[in-house]
Design a protein around this ligand. Sequence first.
Ligand SMILES: NC(=O)c1ccc[n+]([C@@H]2O[C@H](COP(=O)([O-])OP(=O)(O)OC[C@H]3O[C@@H](n4cnc5c(N)ncnc54)[C@H](O)[C@@H]3O)[C@@H](O)[C@H]2O)c1
Length: 296
Amino acid sequence: MSADEQQSRHISRAIESISVLGAGTMGHGIAQVAAAAGYPVILHDINKEMLARGIQSIERNLIKGIQRGKLTEADRDQTLQRLRGTTHVSEAASADLVIEAAPERLELKQAILREVEASAQSPFIFATNTSSLSITELARAAEHPARVVGMHFFNPVHLMRLVEIVVGEATDEETVEAVLAVARRLKKEPITVRDVPGFASSRLGIALGLEAMRMVEQGVASAKDIDTAMELGYNHPMGPLRLTDVVGLDVRLHIAEYLHSTLGTENFRPPEILRRMVAAGKLGKKSGEGFYVWEE
Ligand SMILES: NC(=O)c1ccc[n+]([C@@H]2O[C@H](COP(=O)([O-])OP(=O)(O)OC[C@H]3O[C@@H](n4cnc5c(N)ncnc54)[C@H](O)[C@@H]3O)[C@@H](O)[C@H]2O)c1
């Protein structure tokens, strides 16, 4: 074991179990990597079907891992043995670390936080996977705001290495250290970011995406050539316009509007081309057309 691993094991001693609230796109992935790292995991969803679907997705991901030679059958079996699903939030409240991955609505996340606090028997850290909401605002609903923090994972969770640890105004050092250690044990690369709109990743990613759209608008180059500039010139795995198509133009418009209104800088004002395309139903991959045409 390296000195770094020893250090992270030492700090993470307090976190011995993890619950994930919400078994959707992000929640099932977080539960998978946590169980694979050796934590006993409870995956919770209010919706029985979503819970079953989340567990099926984990099973599918693990089978793909075996087919690619990344996992053994024993790895898969052990991961699944550590994982338990429930629709009762009181069961999920027994973990040392509760990671919330429910829909992106502040009042909902605050209600979930209060519910967990009301059922928990012992102290726990509440981490939210929010991609845009303020941790400080969320923590206002908490009895123990010092133990509320952001753990922003990326999709698909089992493949993407980044985790943004978002530090709210009230979050204490011990909480930050504990979730940094967990992120490392999940084999992720954590970065620490102050709680500002867009954190680090969305703010930079959106800035690049919006500038690329303005370049298309001004006829600087085609969407494909602008993407190629970033893919080959800067080694980005995917250019900013193709990425916009994959994420969804409506999703990016929503984030741009939010960043423009909160940060107030002109580079986040949504370009006309983005508004026009969203109004015309060109939402990217999911609608079949965005900056590219997507075949089935
Ligand atoms: N999808 C992404 O690419 C992505 C990336 C990073 C962060 N996020 C953030 O992760 C969070 C979850 O996003 P998602 O894409 O996984 O959403 P999703 O819609 O796929 O899943 C949300 C799940 O939460 C469940 N749920 C609803 N209310 C609940 C409650 N009270 N308690 C427990 N579960 C509840 C739903 O049944 C659903 O299964 C959001 O905050 C989102 O902003 C998403």
